[in-house]
Design a protein around this ligand. Structure first.
Ligand code: ZN
Length: 291
């Protein structure tokens, strides 16, 4: 899967995208590509459902509809919200098969489309806004201000006990056996670390003695930024809230491997940061995380 910790492959052309004529010229560039995002959020893909399907621009450039995601290997890529012709699939399913460039293109395309769908009006004065900067801003003529894509930060936490066992929980909406790391949205006026302490306290009643940031991953379903942490539990006593989290359990590495192998437990899909953090814990890469 894409690591998300190295410099990006996608050139977002920040210094150039305020020139609408330049962007219009990219629309007619022979190498320009279009990635279609369906109203469901699924992305146009090839029939094998392991590759994105890029099409060529057609019709006149329309800044309200044609969002310049950026340049990938010098080629302009636009995102368009439209019914996909042919196959379409969720980024969750496609991402594990995509290379770094396509993962970033698809993630940014979906995030941009999701934002424009819910932000047609100015958040301050309520006036209609127009797409600017090729889709990376919306401008309010009444306020004279630019509005930027919104992202909701969410913490996701590998809680470990003193024996390096991992705490996994089941969300109320998930089927029996489906488990993952505990997670939650950052609240207004809260730091990331405070959100970690609060969420774990609320969901499973566990106090934490140490918290350390690991890595982040954009998660445009519809607009989250997942911020991964590892934390040390003060005790192993669990008291699930019964509302958001209905079950939680400590696992040693062999216990979790056996539970997954037997089908008793299913874990998050490979596109997710939860998958990567759990795999790092399982392999020992998260050993002694507070040393
Ligand atoms: Zn306004």
């Amino acid at each position: 899967m894409h690591s998300w910790i190295s410099p990006g492959h996608l050139d977002r052309v920040e210094g150039l995208r305020n020139d609408p004529d330049w962007i219009a010229g990219l629309w007619t560039d022979p190498g320009a590509t279009v990635l279609t995002v369906a109203p469901t959020g699924d992305l146009a893909c090839l029939p094998n459902r392991t590759s994105l399907r890029f099409s060529s621009p057609s019709g006149a450039y329309d800044p309200e509809l044609h969002l310049l995601v950026g340049l990938a290997a010098q080629r302009p890529c636009f995102a368009v919200l439209a019914e996909a012709v042919g196959q379409a699939a969720s980024l969750r399913d496609l991402a594990p098969h995509l290379d770094g460039t396509d993962t970033e293109l698809a993630t940014a395309a979906l995030a941009l489309v999701n934002w424009h769908r819910v932000a047609p009006r100015c958040g301050a004065c309520g006036s209609p806004t127009v797409v600017t900067a090729g889709g990376y801003t919306r401008h309010c003529a009444r306020c004279g201000r630019d509005r930027f894509p919104r992202t909701d930060p969410a913490v996701i936490v590998a809680v470990l006990d003193d024996d390096e066992r991992l705490l996994l929980g089941r969300h109320a909406a998930w089927p029996t056996g489906r488990l993952s790391l505990l997670a939650g949205f950052v609240s207004a006026g809260e730091s990331l670390e405070q959100a970690v302490h609060r969420e774990i306290g609320e969901e499973v009643g566990v106090a934490l003695t140490q918290v350390r940031y690991l890595a982040s991953q954009p998660w445009p379903f519809p607009r989250s930024l997942m911020l991964g942490f590892v934390a040390r539990a003060a005790s192993t006593l669990i008291r699930v809230d019964g509302i958001e989290i209905v079950a939680a359990q400590w696992f040693s590495r062999p216990e979790l491997a056996d539970a997954v192998a037997s089908g008793e437990v299913s874990l998050p899909g490979p596109a997710s940061i939860a998958h990567r953090i759990i795999a790092d814990w399982q392999s020992g890469a998260l050993s002694d995380p507070f040393a």
